[in-house]
Write a protein that binds this ligand. Sequence first.
Ligand SMILES: Cc1cc2nc3c(=O)[nH]c(=O)nc-3n(C[C@H](O)[C@H](O)[C@H](O)COP(=O)(O)OP(=O)(O)OC[C@H]3O[C@@H](n4cnc5c(N)ncnc54)[C@H](O)[C@@H]3O)c2cc1C
Length: 411
Amino acid sequence: MDALPWWTDKNHRFATEVEEFVDNELRPLGDKMDHNEAMKVQWNISKFVVDKGFHPLAVLVEEEYGGREEGFTGYTILNEEFGRCFLNINPLLTTVFGGGPVHLFGSPEQKENFLEPMVKGEKWTAICVTEPDVGNDAANIQLAAERQGDQYVLNGWKRYITLGAKADYLMVYALTDSSEEAKNTHTHLTSFIIPRETEGITIEKINELTGDVEMFNSVIRFQDVSVPEENMILFEGDGWTVMTSGLNIERLGIAATVGQARMLIETARAYGRRRVQFDAPISRYQTVQLRMADMAMRLKLARTYLYALAMELDSGAADMFQFGVDAAICKVFSTEALIEIAEDALTILSGDGYTSEYLAASILKNALLTRVTGGGNDILRLFIGRQEFKKKPNPSLLPRVLRGVEKKELE
Ligand SMILES: Cc1cc2nc3c(=O)[nH]c(=O)nc-3n(C[C@H](O)[C@H](O)[C@H](O)COP(=O)(O)OP(=O)(O)OC[C@H]3O[C@@H](n4cnc5c(N)ncnc54)[C@H](O)[C@@H]3O)c2cc1C
């Protein structure tokens, strides 16, 4: 893979290691399967990836909990490389998104009890935010957790939970204080890590999805589910902080699906040089070259920004709690880039692009999901736009006419 100029020796070593693993072990497994088979959840292969030391959660986690401490650059390298394996290793991704908050905020006991089994690939974790009446408006969670002694009793619903029917643990966000004051200060939610087999948790439905990837995407009912307070992450009222930090990790992970774009560009390059129409390879035609230029520019920009953010996190220049706007920009830009690159690749491949062998149509179909999950792109754009308008304009960048207005109105 192409290295970024600021990568450390450790990053280079890890990238080489991941690349060799993907080339020599992971892709050959995918090559042996037909398309439909590869898109079923590959539990054994996911476990094999973990045993080889490439669980994305392990890459982030400290050595004392069985991790490798390769930082967010390592996490991004791994996720990008997974993008060129056409294999459904969803358990690894849902577990790093769902289990990430235990890594960030868990007590030593919670890390021992919950994080370590996840890092070893013994347990998989799903993330439970969405509800029947709660989509992008995640602050409006209705599933209620009521304190009764040293237990919390949970009642309500979650829906669209990826691997919900199969995960061992559920990272659940619940309402613990419905007062206006708590809502206004974002102290109304609390997060819990809960074994899925707990009494009162039932899987009510597994959704039929349009994409090719099997997900066991579930509607889950919670009826008088007793959860000990030891399973609460941080304190009562900290759920919003936990959720938004977890979502930032998820957004960087989703952004790294831009790794699939490399596969699409190589496919379009090979195809464009080989396919002859009107007595010349189609790569000689400007319409095809313009599409290739757009694909290459989008990939380069998305990838560079993604690794710059990973580097900021690794160097301590940014932290996960103050990272909302950057993570949102990265997620929106990368996912839109992937969708557009998939469309261009499909168009260059034309009829062949619509067949399953060339994967472009399948990647496009699955990429459309990245636009709506982990925070819908339209909503994230609104968030980015609002934050931009909150900043005071910088007079040194304003034309004279507006500097005057600034003086009169703002000073
Ligand atoms: C395959 C799949 C897997 C998923 N996995 C998980 C999971 O593991 N865990 C989990 O918790 N959730 C999961 N989700 C849920 C996903 O995150 C939500 O679908 C997403 O948050 C959007 O919510 P919604 O579908 O209810 O859309 P809504 O929030 O109802 O939005 C509908 C439309 O209205 C627009 N809109 C809404 N509010 C505004 C506003 N204020 N201003 C302007 N426009 C607005 C949106 O942009 C969108 O276009 C999954 C969903 C799918 C399809």
